[in-house]
Design a protein. Sequence first.
Length: 92
Amino acid sequence: MRHRIMLWASAGFLVAACWVLYTFVAPPDFLSMSLREPIVVALAAVTCPISYAGRYFAIHFWWVPPINAATYAVIGLIVEMFRRRSNAGLAI
């Protein structure tokens, strides 16, 4: 179970790192225009939940991947607990 949660955290770190790299690579005009699109905002909110809090609080770019990794680890822990509980019910 520990390895699966570590995989969830790694996935969260990589997703957030890709968002940070995207903000650095994209030209400012294109970035501001794309962040006004509802689909991009929804995608960012789903894949990087800390981006929603970043609207209200100042967050450094390099804090986003570890915070997102912790968020994905908690989500992974919850999913794994439900998965274990459902598998235990099937074993009876």
